[in-house]
Design a protein around this ligand. Structure first.
Ligand code: NAG
Ligand code: NAG
Ligand code: NAG
Ligand code: NAG
Ligand code: NAG
Length: 260
C-alpha cells in the first residue's frame, strides 16, 4: 500500500532529477557568495598596504628586475627599472550570482584601467629560420589595459578523493579587453617608428587576446588552474571554506589599510 505522501515525495524527487543541477548543494553554500564578496572587498582594501606575506599590490613597484633567457632560437638579456603597475585595486564586481540559490557561482569582474610604467633595456635576438633578427630595446614603458573584464562561472561537487571535500567543476572564464593604450618610447628609434609600433600594438593586443582565448580556456584552465584548485579543496568542506574566507576577510578588514 503506497501512501499518497510517498507518491508525492517520489514525484518531487523525479522533479529534482529532471531539473538536475549535477551539483550537490553543500551545507553552508548559502553563505558562499556573500563570503567571497566580503573576501574580495577586504582583499582590495589591503592592496595599498600589503599584509603579512602579501606585498603591496597597489601600486606594484619593482625598482630593478633582471632577466636572461638564452637558447638557440631566442635570446633576451635585459633589465627593467622602476616598474610601476597601478589600477589592480580598481576592480569592480559588476555581478555575481548567488551560489546558494543557483548552484552556480558566476561573476563579472572589471578592471577599468591597469597602467604599466617603467623603463626597459633589452638585448637579444630571435632566430627565424637561421636568420638572427636582433632585438634591441631601450624603452620607456607607458602602456595601459582598458576595461579588462573577466566573466566566468563554476560549481562545486564532492571531491573524488574525499567525499566530504570539494571539487571545482564546470569552470569557464572569458577575458575581454576593450582597448589598450601604448605610449612606449624606444630611445633607439625615431618618432615615426615609435608611433608605428605603438599604433600596431594598440590594435594587435585585443586581437591577440581573442586569438589565444580558446587556448587559455582549454589548456591553461583545465590542465593547470582547475587541478591545482582541486588539490587545495580536496580535504576542505564548504563550511570550512566559507569560514576560511570570513576569517581571512575579518583579518584584512581589521588591518584598517587606508588607500594612499
Ligand atoms: C641592463 O641591461 C642592459 C642590456 O643588457 C645592459 O647594457 C645594462 O648594463 C644593464 N644595466 C644594469 C644596471 O644591469
Ligand atoms: C625612422 O626610422 C625608420 C627605420 O629605421 C626609417 O625607415 C625612417 O625613414 C625614419 N624616419 C624618419 C622621419 O627619420
Ligand atoms: C592553440 O592550441 C593549439 C593546439 O595546441 C595550437 O595548434 C594553436 O597554435 C594554439 N593557438 C594559439 C593562438 O596559441
Ligand atoms: C587530503 O587527505 C589525504 C588523506 O589524509 C592526504 O593523503 C592528502 O594529501 C590530502 N590532500 C591535501 C591537499 O592536503
Ligand atoms: C576529508 O575532508 C574533511 C572535510 O574537511 C576533513 O575534515 C577530513 O579530514 C578529510 N579526510 C581526510 C582523510 O583527509
Amino acid at each position: 500500500m503506497v501512501h499518497s505522501s510517498q507518491v508525492f515525495i517520489v514525484a518531487l524527487l523525479a522533479l529534482t532529477v529532471v531539473n538536475a543541477n549535477p551539483v550537490v548543494q553543500q551545507p553552508a553554500s548559502a553563505q558562499f557568495t556573500s563570503a567571497v564578496s566580503r573576501f574580495l572587498r577586504a582583499f582590495r582594501s589591503i592592496m595599498p598596504c600589503g599584509y603579512g606575506d602579501l606585498p603591496v599590490m597597489s601600486p606594484i613597484v619593482s625598482p630593478f628586475y633582471e632577466f636572461e633567457h638564452i637558447s638557440e632560437d631566442f635570446s633576451v638579456v635585459g633589465n627593467v627599472t622602476n616598474i610601476r603597475i597601478q589600477g589592480i585595486d580598481g576592480f569592480q564586481v559588476l555581478s555575481a550570482s548567488d551560489y546558494g540559490k543557483t548552484g552556480e557561482a558566476a561573476y563579472d569582474v572589471l578592471f577599468p584601467k591597469i597602467q604599466v610604467l617603467g623603463f626597459a633595456e633589452i638585448d637579444g635576438f630571435i632566430n627565424i629560420g637561421g636568420f638572427k633578427v636582433p632585438i634591441q630595446q631601450n624603452d620607456v614603458i607607458n602602456e595601459a589595459l582598458v576595461d579588462l573584464r573577466f566573466v566566468g562561472s563554476y560549481s562545486f561537487d564532492n571531491s573524488l578523493t574525499n567525499s566530504s571535500g570539494l571539487r571545482m567543476v564546470n569552470f569557464r572564464q572569458t577575458i575581454y579587453l576593450a582597448g589598450a593604450e601604448f605610449d612606449n618610447w624606444n630611445t633607439l628609434w625615431n618618432i615615426s617608428t615609435n608611433n608605428f609600433w605603438n599604433r600596431l600594438m594598440q590594435s594587435l593586443l585585443p586581437l591577440a587576446l581573442e586569438e589565444i582565448q580558446p587556448n587559455i580556456t582549454n589548456i591553461l584552465y583545465q590542465n593547470f588552474f582547475v587541478p591545482k584548485i582541486n588539490d587545495l579543496l580536496a580535504n576542505v568542506s564548504m563550511s570550512e571554506l566559507v569560514s576560511f574566507l570570513q576569517i581571512q576577510a575579518q583579518l584584512w578588514e581589521n588591518a584598517n589599510c587606508q588607500a594612499q
